[in-house]
Write a protein that binds this ligand. Structure first.
Ligand SMILES: C[S@@+](CC[C@H](N)C(=O)[O-])C[C@H]1O[C@@H](n2cnc3c(N)ncnc32)[C@H](O)[C@@H]1O
Length: 453
């Protein structure tokens, strides 16, 4: 496998520390079921370069986990016990670095063996040394690898492969491959503060390359990822980090002056803020079931200069929080499998289970039904997910349209505009963005209008 030329080369003294952080991140996800996005605190004490190195290894191992395990197993005399997951992960981290990063092989082996010697599992040091040396020797001799299972070939759990095969028989392979790519860092310019073109100039004045995305008027894709604090105007609220596909939500909902809008699953507030950026004169209620996540809506909107009304509540339990005034527009960015954003969150492959989908489907239906009754006649509701599964997307909307006589689909089967379109396959109902191109993750949108019955 060719090494990725964009990855950093071997960091110096602190590399051992960053590998330890990477190992702890992997254990937190794979053993304790924590999400990667909750683990930033683990790398906080590292220098930015070392934190990036730790992140690259942990994200990479989660991305290629199924494949790396399949590669490792033939080199083990006997399978490792569950309690030795850390030893296995040290070897997987090494296999990842050898194949996907510009770290010299000898340095990878040396770091893995040293980490075992320093641990309570010194018994494993010789084994790790022998396994890695064997792997490197044989890898050099072998040609292109043939994997025995789909899980290993595509590096996804079988249940995700099966669902995608069933839903997208012509493009499941491309989706799986795209999920294993590193996504770009994409910004959404806060056009209430600065125009996209002026911000592009500000970036270029700082020596930072970025590209526009056709028909996504606020989006800029950076040439390479950066710490947000190195970019001009972060504290002043000039931009947010948001995938281009996610930027379609506010564009489709089209907020207008004096609209009363409900964002019922709002946290961390990316789409909330974008609605304000398109039209600051709105009355927006941002609701989320999680208090800590809603706090992030507050922080994000404060930095950008917007003030939604914030409510911590279950969107289904409308009796508990609704003040009785109908909404002109509602955004339902419902909880979902997140199978469309796996390239950004490779931990999803490991944290989600096949039987989550039915539970999510039920929650999505209840949120949709209860919130529909809060919409004015003539009002519009946008149903959104970051899923690639039809069970959460067009099948939900087909069920809803069948059930509700006053619901009408707007722009049925329409394609998304512009550059996103290249990577977009129309769903039979609504818009399905595919993650198969570089510009955007996988999202689903269906815009519904309420008519007089
Ligand atoms: C896909 S995320 C929303 C992302 C957000 N719209 C954005 O663009 O930043 C889904 C959110 O729904 C929230 N959620 C899950 N179940 C909920 C419920 N029953 N009522 C309200 N919010 C819920 C989760 O806490 C999560 O923040």
């Amino acid at each position: 496998m060719p090494k990725n030329k964009n990855t950093p080369s071997q960091p110096t003294d602190s590399s051992q520390q960053s590998r330890k952080v990477a190992l702890n991140m992997l254990l937190a996800v794979l053993k304790d079921g924590q999400s990667l996005s909750s683990l930033n605190y683990l790398s906080e004490k590292l220098q930015p370069r070392d934190a990036a190195f730790a992140r690259m290894i942990s994200f990479g191992v989660l991305r290629f986990y199924h494949q790396l395990v399949a590669q490792l197993i033939p080199f083990l005399k006997k399978p490792l016990k569950a309690k030795d997951l850390d030893v296995q992960l040290v070897m997987l981290m090494a296999l990842y670095q050898v194949q996907h990063m510009r770290v010299p092989d000898y340095a990878v082996v040396d770091a893995a063996v040293k980490s075992m010697r320093k641990s309570k599992k010194q018994w494993a040091a010789n084994m790790v040394n022998a396994v890695l040396r064997n792997f490197i020797r044989q890898q050099e001799a072998a040609g292109v690898e043939k994997f025995q299972t789909e899980e290993a070939e595509y590096s996804h759990p079988q249940w995700i492969i099966d669902r995608l095969k069933n839903d997208w028989p012509d493009s499941w392979r491309e989706i799986l491959k795209a999920n294993n790519q590193q996504p770009p860092m994409t910004l959404r310019v806060n056009t209430q503060k600065i125009s996209r073109d002026d911000y592009l100039t500000a970036l270029s004045d700082t020596g930072i390359n970025a590209d526009t995305v056709a028909e996504m008027p606020s989006a800029l894709i950076l040439g390479e990822p950066r710490d947000v604090k190195q970019l001009p105007g972060f504290e002043d609220g000039w931009f947010s980090v948001q995938d281009a596909g996610a930027q379609l939500a506010a564009q489709i909902l089209q907020p207008e002056s004096a609209d009363r809008i409900l964002d019922a699953c709002a946290a961390p507030g990316g789409k909330t803020a974008h609605l304000f950026e398109l039209q600051s004169d709105i009355n927006l209620t941002a609701l989320d079931i999680s208090e800590s996540r809603l706090e992030r809506v507050h922080e994000n909107c404060q930095r950008l200069g917007f003030t939604p009304e914030l409510i911590v509540a279950d969107a289904i339990d409308t009796e508990a929080w609704w003040d009785g005034e109908l909404f002109d527009k509602i955004l339902l960015d419902v909880p979902c499998s997140a199978s469309g954003v796996i390239r950004r969150h490779p931990d999803i492959k490991h944290l989600r289970r096949a039987d989550d989908i039915e539970v999510l489907q039920q929650t999505q239906r209840e949120i949709l039904l209860k919130n529909w009754s809060l919409l004015k006649t003539g009002g519009r509701l946008l149903y959104a997910t970051c899923s690639m599964f039809k069970a959460e997307n067009e099948q939900q909307i087909a069920w809803f349209l069948e059930k509700m006589d006053d619901a009408k689909l707007i722009g049925a089967g329409e394609k998304a505009p512009g550059e996103v379109q290249k990577d977009t396959f129309s769903a039979s109902i609504g818009i399905q963005l595919f993650p198969t191109g570089y510009t955007n993750d996988g999202f689903y949108y269906a815009l519904l209008q309420k008519s007089a019955e």
